[in-house]
Write a protein that binds this ligand. Sequence first.
Ligand code: CO
Length: 492
Amino acid sequence: MDESLRVIYKIQKEISTLSSIARLLEWDENTNMPSKAVSAKSEQIKLIQKMRRKKLVSTKLYSAMSTLKKKKLSSKDQIVLRELEKSVHKAKKIPKQLMIELSDASVLGLSAWKRARKKNDFKLFERELERIVKLKRKQAKLLNPKLKPYDSLISLYEEGMDSEKLTVIFDELKLGLVKILGKIKDSKKYKVQKSLKVKMTIEDQKLILNEIISDMGINQERVALGVSLHPFTIGISKDDVRITTRYVNPLESFFGAVHEAGHALYSLGLPTEYHDTFVFKSASMGLDESQSLFWENKIAKSEIFWKGFFNKYKSCMKNNISRKEFYEAVNSVKPSFIRVNADEVTYCLHIILRFEIERDLINGSLDVKDVRDEWNRKCKELLGITPKSDNEGVLQDIHWAGGDFGYFPSYAIGAIYSAQIYNTIKKKIPDFYSDVRSQYFEDILSWLRKKIHNKGKTALADDIVKAACGKRLDPKAFITYLEDKYSKIYGF
Ligand code: CO
């Protein structure tokens, strides 16, 4: 092998190993770490990150990359070099001092956010948020001075997207969703719908969710299931993915596990020939979310799935309820304040609210002191309800406190992609409905593997979806899917 190639692969392997150690620490931090371990844990993570950055910005790596740019490379090596360059570029653009300031600001931000939540008062978080916004603008300018600051942050999660494109797409989505929500609220069924509280022991919850995720293709040789307050998935290395759920509400533990298993399948299906390079990751956060939402909403919350699975589920449940009542209850729509509890129809309205606020905040047309009022105004406009307190409004999400600006759009992008994938897959797989009904998921999974998972970061998410489904990010697909599903449930 060419010496420069050998160098870049070797250093990438070391970086990838350090990253996997950091992720393992993160898993531990969010699952069973005792609370007093927090400061030692942050030292551990900081050290690993420092070592990782040092390798990434090293002159040895840089000169090997420069040599390779003049050489004729295989297409695989070209892709590896391209993605590596992007990461090196990102690391070099941000001086160490700013990195430290950002990380300190997020620590202070998180603790101020917690204090503010305790007192239910956004004012107590304003000063720290102000500091974070300023630093994020600075980071954005350094990353790409030609872009609007918010666009530069979006590209950290969703390469190839920008706020102009997203504003057009989200405006169309907003219109469609508000219309569907209106029809639902006008229906007779809406007025009499009751919420469902499933009664099930924790043992049975574990039994039933393990059954479904194993049907999906999750096995204990490569995936461990843990418990955490907020369910998440973390890919440690190619044969080691961790997912969590929580056992508070049986419906939540079930659908939460399916959601995370969807993320895990993406991780497990990444292209192994690119292992230990920057290509071995999901193409974007939105495409990653499309995988979890595909399994959660399009499969596990579909009527056809429950035709096949209800009797099994019912044998674990202590409620006396028909399949139809159950299906309608798990898909019931109702505007509510808290994003993470939102249904499939209103969820993206929560995201659009956050997108518009953070876009204007980072680009400078909205001041921190006006964020609360803007939130409440938009909540009324989009969902028809006004938060009575900051905890059920502007203080509910942790993202901004930790410095994560530009991440929210990915949730809605994922919802749209998942509908595009669903519309395509049901045409491509002749036995789709009978497969879902009998929980036979092999053909569905192998389609996802071939068209989405094993592309890794060889292409942009939007190009992967275009090649797989024929269109780029297309809100119409999602709106049509919702209209079709919910008109049947609510009879409009
Ligand atoms: Co997710």
